[in-house]
Write a protein of this length. Structure first.
Length: 303
C-alpha cells in the first residue's frame, strides 16, 4: 500500500486556499517528499501526517515556489530531535543551493546526504522506493519523478519441496539471497515466480510536453501533472514560460496510458478551474483537479 497526499497545488505564489507545490507519500514506515514550497509544514499538519518519517526529499528544480519551505522544514525536524540521516535528491547544484538556504538553519542534529542529478534519467532505491528522476523541459534544469513500489513474484512451495530445500532457508531465498546447503547452491529464481505488478506514481511540474515524461509515466497508477493554464488563449504564454495547459497534460496522460491523472501547479490567475474540465476529460476521461490535501491509497492488485 502506498499513501499519497498532494500537499500544495499553487504555482508561483501561495494563495489563501492553496499552498505552494509539494507532494508526500508514505510506504512501510518511510515517507518521501517531492518539493517543499512555502506552506508545506502547515499542509502536512492539516493532512494529519507527520514530518518524523520523512527520509527523502526530492526537488524538481530550484525556483522558490518549489524549495522555499525547506529551511523551516529542516528546523522542525531538528527540533523534533531527529538523528537519522536525511537524503536530498535534486538537479546539479543541490548542495550549493541547500547550503545557501541553511544560512537561516545552520545547526541540525542530523546528517544531510546529497544526491545530485547529472544524467537525463537516474534511478535510486531508498527505503523500499524505486525513484526514477527524468529530465523535462523547463527554462532551468528540471526533473520529474516516478516513484515505484516493486513487488516480487510468489514463492513456489512445490518447487522448493522438489529441490529438498529445508524450510528454514525459504525465507532467505524470498529475501533475494543465495543459499548453499550440503554442496548445492540455490538461488531465488529457482523458487520465485515472475515479478508481479507493483505500484507506480509519477509527479511532474514546470515543463512543456516531453517524451521522457510520457516514457516514465507509462502505465502509472496515478500521474500528478502540472496544468498551469486552463484558458485556451494562454497556450502561447505556456510555451513562452515552459509550462503546460490542462489539455496538454491530458494528452500526456492519454499517451502514457495512465490510470488516473490529477492536475496541479495552477496559475494564481486561474479561477473556476472546474469549468474547463469537460474538455480535459474529452481527451483523458479519468482526469481530476488536484486540491490541497487530496489523498489516495494505492493498493497492490491481488494477482
Amino acid at each position: 500500500m502506498l499513501d499519497v497526499c498532494l500537499l500544495g497545488t499553487a504555482g508561483m505564489m501561495p494563495l489563501p486556499h492553496r499552498y505552494l507545490t509539494s507532494l508526500m507519500t508514505r510506504y512501510n514506515g518511510s515517507s518521501l517528499l517531492i518539493d517543499c514550497g512555502e506552506g508545506t509544514q502547515v499542509a502536512v499538519k492539516k493532512a494529519g501526517w507527520s514530518f518524523h518519517p520523512v527520509d527523502t526529499i526530492c526537488f524538481t528544480h530550484y525556483h522558490a515556489d518549489h524549495i522555499s519551505g525547506l529551511p523551516g522544514m529542516l528546523l522542525t525536524m531538528g527540533n523534533a530531535e531527529r538523528k537519522e540521516p536525511l537524503t536530498l535528491i535534486g538537479p546539479k547544484g543541490l548542495q550549493r543551493v541547500v547550503t545557501a538556504l541553511r544560512v537561516i538553519a545552520p545547526e541540525l542534529p542530523f546528517e544531510i546526504q546529497y544526491m545530485e542529478l547529472t544524467e537525463p534519467e537516474q534511478v535510486f532505491r531508498l527505503h523500499g522506493y524505486k525513484i526514477t528522476a527524468f529530465l523535462v523541459k523547463h527554462n532551468v534544469p528540471c526533473y520529474g519523478y516516478t516513484v515505484e513500489i516493486e513487488r516480487q513474484g510468489r514463492f513456489c512451495v512445490e518447487q522448493a519441496q522438489q529441490l529438498d530445500i529445508p524450510k528454514h532457508y525459504w525465507g532467505v531465498l524470498q529475501n533475494g539471497q543465495t543459499v548453499t546447503w550440503e554442496g548445492s547452491t540455490y538461488t531465488p529464481d529457482m523458487v520465485m515466480g515472475p515479478a508481479r505488478r507493483g505500484l507506480k506514481l509519477t509527479y511532474c511540474t514546470d515543463t512543456r510536453p516531453a517524451q521522457l515524461l510520457v516514457k516514465n509515466a507509462s502505465g502509472s497508477d496515478l500521474l500528478i501533472c502540472e496544468g498551469m493554464y486552463a484558458e485556451p488563449e494562454k497556450l502561447a504564454k505556456a510555451k513562452q514560460y515552459k509550462h503546460m495547459t490542462f489539455y496538454e497534460a491530458a494528452q500526456v496522460a492519454k499517451e502514457a496510458k495512465v490510470k488516473e491523472m490529477w492536475l496541479t501547479h495552477f496559475s494564481p490567475s486561474l479561477v473556476r478551474a472546474e469549468d474547463y474540465m469537460p474538455k480535459v476529460r474529452g481527451i483523458f476521461p479519468n482526469a481530476h483537479l488536484g486540491k490541497d490535501g487530496k489523498m489516495l491509497e494505492l493498493n497492490f492488485q491481488d494477482d
